[in-house]
Design a protein around this ligand. Structure first.
Ligand SMILES: Cc1ncc(COP(=O)(O)O)c(C=O)c1O
Length: 378
């Protein structure tokens, strides 16, 4: 059996240090806030090239806090993509704003910058873009559009810790960025967790207040703002601090496995993920496209190889997110990707021989059936 993910492997690699960190927090009695959380904020912000970090209890909370800190209000419009994990879009709803979808570039799975301006209205306040699967969106044209139209740029970097775009790191390219430490992410907690990063002190202060009931740190029960209980537990911060120094090493491993998949799959009848020149894709997911996706997934499963579909429906076609403004056919690239994407086993503790087995199975299966690539690569 080749597993899609191996979450215990990271623990085994760092067991002694993680056990010590957990014991340290338990002995301290400081379970909420305190040194572990502020140290993680500083260390992760520095890693991402940002001045400020605000730890919180999930990537979804980070998105909610980012939109609030940026002053997004009911009636405002926020441009985003229909091909993402739905937390991106849900968070826009939490502040009462309206998501406005822009289709993706099927080669990169990220927002197509050439389609953004047509979606801007007098009510547009922000662009909430996603660095999907671990690759940064094409930021320069996006930043240019945002500057010209005075829009806030929020990065959903939930899948992109350490990803780079022309020398800049995810988390410090837009105005605010949101990370998830959900266990399956490249940097994952032993539970839920998230972080907002920004170079803007005002945004960081507002997000830090809202994260903890609107209270200043030493002024309990006198909230300055109506806030939330979105705090990151100190135990999670301590575990993440042990893992963070290993992240670069784990990213290198993922990139090496991705390069091997690329090499071994170059003649298979599938479309490989396209990494933008001048960037660093961190392969939170290695996602191919294939016309007969479900048959390939079943074939892999029969051979003992796990795979996953991220995501089988674009947001505008999800019954829970139905919106009278949108219908099937409105976002052809997102819809095509939802029909054809398949994520292959990818984690920092995979082995080259497992990558070879997966690739050879895909080559065999895709030559038996005609899994023609469906959308041409750039
Ligand atoms: C693109 C994206 N945005 C937001 C989130 C939400 O993060 P969390 O699960 O930590 O709330 C995720 C997590 O899966 C994600 O993949």
């Amino acid at each position: 059996m080749i597993r899609f993910l191996d979450l215990a492997a990271q623990y085994h690699e760092l067991k002694t240090e993680i056990d010590l960190a957990v014991a340290r927090v338990l002995e301290s009695g400081q379970f909420i806030g305190g040194h572990e959380v502020t140290a993680l904020e500083e260390e992760f912000a520095a890693y991402s090239g940002a001045r400020h970090g605000v730890a919180c209890n999930s990537g979804t909370s980070a998105l909610h806090l980012a939109l609030l800190a940026a002053g997004i209000q009911p009636g405002d419009e926020v441009i985003t993509v229909p091909f993402t994990f739905y937390a991106t879009v849900a968070a826009i709803g939490y502040v009462g704003a309206t998501p406005v979808f822009v289709d993706i570039d099927p080669a990169t799975f990220n927002i197509d910058p050439s389609k953004i301006e047509a979606a801007i209205t007098s009510r547009t306040r922000a662009i909430l873009l996603v660095h999907l699967y671990g690759q940064c969106a094409d930021m320069d044209p996006i930043l240019d559009i945002a500057r010209r139209h005075k829009l806030v740029v929020i990065e959903d970097a939930a899948q992109a810790h350490g990803a780079e775009y022309r020398g800049r790191r995810a988390g410090s390219i837009g105005d605010i960025a949101c990370f998830s430490f959900y266990p399956t992410k490249n940097l994952g907690a032993a539970g839920e967790g998230g972080m907002l990063t920004t170079n803007n002190l005002e945004y960081a202060r507002t997000a830090a207040l809202l994260r903890s009931w609107g209270e200043e740190q030493r002024q309990r029960y006198r909230p300055r703002l109506k806030g939330f209980n979105y705090r990151l537990p100190a135990l999670q911060a301590a575990i993440l601090r042990v893992k963070l120094p290993r992240l670069e090493h784990w990213i290198d491993a993922r990139r090496a496995f991705a390069a091997e998949y690329d090499r071994l799959l170059q003649h298979a009848s599938i479309t490989r993920p396209h990494a933008l020149a001048g960037g660093r894709h961190v392969y939170c997911l290695y996602t191919i496209r294939v016309a007969d996706r479900d048959a390939l997934q079943q074939g892999l499963e029969a051979a003992g190889i796990q795979s996953a579909v991220h995501y089988p429906l674009p947001i505008h076609l999800m019954p829970a997110y139905t919106d009278a403004r949108y219908k099937a056919g409105d976002f052809p690239a997102a819809e095509e990707c939802a029909r054809t994407v398949l994520s292959l086993p990818m984690h920092s503790h995979l082995t080259l021989s497992q990558v070879e087995q997966v690739a050879s199975e895909i080559c065999a299966l895709s030559s038996k059936k005609n899994h023609e690539p469906v959308v041409s690569r750039r």
